[in-house]
Design a protein around this ligand. Sequence first.
Ligand SMILES: Cc1ncc(COP(=O)(O)O)c(C=O)c1O
Length: 477
Amino acid sequence: MQYVSTRTGEPGPGFCDILLEGLAPDGGLYVPEVYPRLTPETLATWRRTLAADGYAGLAFEVLRLFADDIPADDLRAICERAYASGAFSTPDVVTVTQVDEELYLGHLSNGPTAAFKDMAMQLLGELFDYELGRRHADLNVLGATSGDTGSSAEYAMIGKHNVRVFMLTPAGRMTPFQQAQMFGLDEPNIINIAIDGVFDDCQDLVKAINADAGFKAEHRLGAVNSINFARLVAQVVYYVALWLRVTTRDDQRVSFCVPTGNFGNICAGHIAREMGLPIETLVLATNENNVLDEFFRTGVYRVRSSSETLATSSPSMDISKASNFERFIFDLMGRDADVVADLFGRRLDVDGYFDLSTTPEFAGLRERFGFESGTSSHTDRVAMIRELWSSAEILIDPHTADGVQVAQAFVQVGVPMLVLETALPVKFAETITEAVGLVPEVPERFVGLLDRPRHVIDLPNEIGPLKALIRDRDIQA
Ligand SMILES: Cc1ncc(COP(=O)(O)O)c(C=O)c1O
């Protein structure tokens, strides 16, 4: 399998190269040259695989379609280390709760940091370890987090001697639990950095540093953000697993509703649908930072500035520039790399927006790609958390509440609607208390977390001091 950049379209590197490279040199994102196609027969086989070999077995089957440069036995062992070695609180890894006749929750937060990011990050840690070992190389990982990616990446990289993590966080914008999860780590290969800005500023710094090809090569910079395609493949696995868990027939259609900020999670759903997984509708749910909902309703993608990005009660989705969206636009525009290079490499920078409202591609979007979208407010989320708690004693976090709220409008009779649960309520205790008047239970594995000493470096929102820090603390320094 070869991968192409969304901005040149030329067939290029294989899976293990893009695993370590992150962003393409032209500033685009890597996607497979073609998406592998699933048939009903493949799905029938995978149904048996999941039953017999568990989640790790299914992950191997999906991954081998994308990572044909890793020998099968090695890949199987990587999947087993990621998903069958006890890092997840249930051997099923992902589980499902039926809420009512059509509505289901797909639980993706059974990993070590209680957020769906663990689903991909646990695999990424193993893939890095394997590939760097094979190349006798090391890597400085530079990432940005709105709260969950950071801790998930750091927990996945603990003890990996060939990786050092530099993780940018928006100072003061994460919940106390999220901060404690990250800053409480005292590991030689983990460096937490608090940037004086919002998440998009952190993401822009990562992009700016990666755009400096000389610096990137000198310091062997890699990415763990969802710009790394390996993460998306790992996420495709749970769309398949959840689909298998709620269906009995191999052509049965299911809809998914996905709380969205960076278009990472739902991009994996888009890829699964393109591969032929029988997905009826992909419902994109945003909070008040509804740049993506606006695009799917109007055809205008208008990114917002830091000062226009609201701090909401689903903070991990307080994102106004969705770094993965370029992958979808590449597919939407018929994989025309020149168009994508113009939209993302020029027009967004110059005008701050692009408008596809009058294009035939946008007119055909819903029918061709199955997307719907909606926005929730703080009041909606609080009401939804309260309603599910009082009607079914199910406690959901505010991001999942975004999903359940937006999903309501798109439920169709006879089509299961799976809302992806993206984090556990304990991570967002304040909103839970506001909604239901109780403090969410702290799972055993997190007791004492809030009391740990903090390890974090404060930096201004400027590229210079960040580069100096990376130079100083490079894994080889
Ligand atoms: C709890 C939670 N929900 C939803 C999201 C949004 O996911 P994505 O950025 O992949 O769209 C995030 C991402 O940071 C998250 O941490």
